[in-house]
Design a protein around this ligand. Structure first.
Ligand code: AP5
Length: 187
């Protein structure tokens, strides 16, 4: 059973690649960004609380994010395996995830590596509401301060594989598939 995390800066291709590998391999794609955007669109109480943080490119408070994720992680559909996209985003969320999964734990973390110039170029070309240059720069700052410590956190546990996220979508997809299901037998 696959229990994996996709980690990387905004615009590194987490959503694109997660959707693709999950479709190909029958995994549950759990994107906290997508769950939060759906809550904002539906104007739920949680979505209304989250919106301002998202508009500014800040992290939404941990308890709101985990409220969206918890049931999905527990649902029978996750029995075949799941790929988390955009979660955990800080060390506290990683601890919450460990507590939730217990002994099953996360088995692999794939880190998508991409330089800032390419990130800004990709995101300005997309045009989501949080894809303006000042908000992209803030998301990058938040990534460095809050999320990038998870690279060393998971590396120390021997779970981390870093792959280059530049190149075509197909090229990155091949690297990701190898990182998740490589010759060593994958997960
Ligand atoms: P989230 O939705 O997770 O956004 P993000 O991490 O900033 O990532 P993006 O969706 O911008 O990029 P991506 O890496 O998924 O790349 P994508 O495939 O889209 O989070 C949004 C907000 O929600 C956060 O700022 C925060 O407020 C909140 N949030 C979410 N999770 C949270 C959490 N756990 N805790 C607290 N707050 C949370 O690709 C980007 C673009 O590049 C696309 O246009 C795509 O077509 C293009 N592209 C992809 N691959 C390639 C390629 N190989 N070559 C050329 N173009 C490419």
């Amino acid at each position: 059973m696959v229990r994996a995390v996709l980690l990387g800066p905004p615009g590194s291709g987490k959503g694109t690649q997660a959707a693709r590998v999950c479709k190909a391999r029958g995994l549950l794609h759990l994107s906290t960004g997508d769950l939060l955007r759906a809550a904002v669109k539906d104007q739920t109480a949680l979505g209304l609380k989250a919106k301002g943080f998202m508009d500014r490119g800040e992290l939404v408070p941990d308890e709101l994010v985990f409220a969206l994720l918890r049931e999905r992680l527990r649902s029978p559909a996750s029995g075949a395996g799941f790929l988390l996209d955009g979660f955990p985003r800080n060390v506290s969320q990683a601890g919450t995830l460990d507590a939730e999964l217990g002994a099953r734990g996360i088995a692999r973390v794939v880190h998508l590596k991409l330089d800032d110039e390419e990130i800004v170029r990709r995101l300005l070309g997309r045009g989501r509401p949080d894809d303006t240059e000042p908000v992209i720069r803030n998301r990058l700052k938040v990534y460095r301060a809050e999320t990038s410590p998870l690279i060393a956190f998971y590396d120390r546990r021997g779970l981390l594989v870093t792959i280059e996220a530049s190149g075509s979508v197909d090229e990155v997809a091949q690297r990701l598939d190898a990182a998740l299901f490589g010759r060593q037998g994958g997960l």
